[in-house]
Design a protein around this ligand. Structure first.
Ligand SMILES: [Zn+2]
Length: 249
């Protein structure tokens, strides 16, 4: 279920309920090689005074953000792009949504109840602060699916390292690229491999510049998004049960 606040506000929540299936528990780390480029300093704050039980999660989240914030900035924008903010704060508190990000204040809010049941779900933190890196200040309601797809692409390609399973989980007959989250992320990963290696940066830069429309796919990949989705789903239909998507040589 898409929340009302997802549609146009810079606050991007994930609500309890059906969206819970979107969250993964596994935590893997992205290599050890340092990324080149921006070395600007920044500060990561944590607040959990309203939920002291979040202490361990908040402290670990701080180290995750410190490690991944510059990496994700480089993945999305390239090595010479400045960090969008010098300060990110993670707040763990009692609240109804699972998590949301406030890109005006550069704060990530996580539900204390969610943390109690998912004490190692740092993938959710990565998804949320990717929105701060994206910083799509002019995003319209019908463009949120692409923002969410890119955030889940980052989460699952680099942090969870299970992006291949996302594409294979797409239902080619029922899903659409506008579903966002894992479905769009799986599609983007397929495009990155099969159509245009720079598609993620191309889409991200367009969205960050305030033009987060499907025209970005045509500009990046040379084909419209519906044609690309058909190619993706046709490829999916050819995969036997338990098989893998063809890897480009
Ligand atoms: Zn999101």
């Amino acid at each position: 279920m898409r929340s009302k606040a997802v549609s146009s506000s810079p606050q991007i929540p994930i609500f309890l309920g059906s969206s819970l299936r979107l969250l993964c528990l596994s935590v893997l780390f992205f290599g050890n090689q340092p990324l080149s480029g921006v070395a600007r300093s920044f500060h990561v704050g944590i607040e959990y005074s309203k939920a002291p039980e979040c202490k361990i999660f908040a402290e670990k989240s701080k180290t995750v953000i410190e490690e991944w914030y510059p990496k994700i900035n480089e993945i999305l924008f390239g090595p010479d792009h400045p960090l969008p903010t010098d300060s990110i704060t993670l707040v763990c508190e009692p609240m109804k949504p699972i998590a949301y990000s406030d890109i005006k204040k550069n704060r990530i809010h996580v539900s204390a109840a969610f943390v109690s049941t998912h004490p190692e779900d740092y993938g959710t933190v990565v998804h949320e602060f990717t929105h701060i890196v994206q910083h799509y200040a002019k995003l319209k309601g019908d463009e949120v699916w692409l923002q969410e797809g890119i955030a889940d692409y980052i989460r699952h390609k680099y942090f969870e390292q299970d992006i291949d399973s996302l594409a294979l989980a797409v239902d080619p007959d029922r899903d659409t690229y506008r579903k966002g989250y894992r479905v769009t992320a799986g599609f983007l990963a397929w495009l990155q491999e099969h159509s245009k290696p720079t598609v993620i940066q191309d889409l991200n830069r367009g969205c960050a510049e305030g033009h987060c429309t499907v025209d970005l796919f045509l500009r990046s990949c040379g084909k419209d998004v519906d044609t690309l989705w058909s190619e993706f789903t046709n490829n999916l239909k050819q995969v036997p049960p338990g098989g893998k998507l063809h890897k480009k040589e």
